[in-house]
Ligand binder design. Sequence first.
Ligand SMILES: [Ca+2]
Length: 259
Amino acid sequence: MRHASRSVFVLRLFITAALFCASAFRLGALTTVTNLFSVNLAIPDGSLSGISDTRTVSLPDYTSITNLQVRLAISGGFNGDFYAYLTHGAGFSVLLNRPGRTVANPIGYGDSGLDVTFVNQPTNDVHRYGDFVMPSGPLTGAWSPDGRAVHPALVLDTDPRTALLNSFSGLDPNGDWTLFVADVDSGAQGTWLTWGIELTVVPEPGSLALFLTGGMAVILVSNARRRRSNLNENVIFLCKCPHYLNFSGREPARPFRTS
Ligand SMILES: [Ca+2]
């Protein structure tokens, strides 16, 4: 029983160490990759059909997204007309949905152009950027996405924000990423200049933890066998048996002691 309790304790210790090592490896393996894509296309004015741009990300050593930022640059146009969303796998985020559109201001903000970064941390809502800044040129800075998954003809500042960037957390970064941009109201045409994604990714931690735990289990079994071998030899020593045999009927590995 004593040996069994000790074995359980040692096993727990090894598993804890393995999980700790896996966590440390995971933290140490965080990698940030930035991609910036040129588009340079005029956005059809007053059309919901918009334009989209799809890019393929290949990060074969990484299987999980822990953070995502998105850049978008549009020159000209009327900011209150723009609608934009990002998709990748099961991820979906509404980046812009007619900034500034409210019951009192159904056409949204009249500023022209933007070069912004959408982040996955709590910060100011881009739909209400006029509460925080009065751009003298294109809107700049880091903003929380609009997130309102509502038809752009109906969206209001009071709608719930359900489509933020957190829907990409934990997804595999590999594969196609698509950004869609539309100018949904007539007058003042914009040009979509660039967009980009900054991915913070990690390798799959499960296989590493399994490897470490398996390695620890092998060490544990080896230690248990060594303890059993020592026990047999000690029994032979205490018996002072005239025969060179232990309990298994085999000759001991080292010379027999008689005193
Ligand atoms: Ca327009």
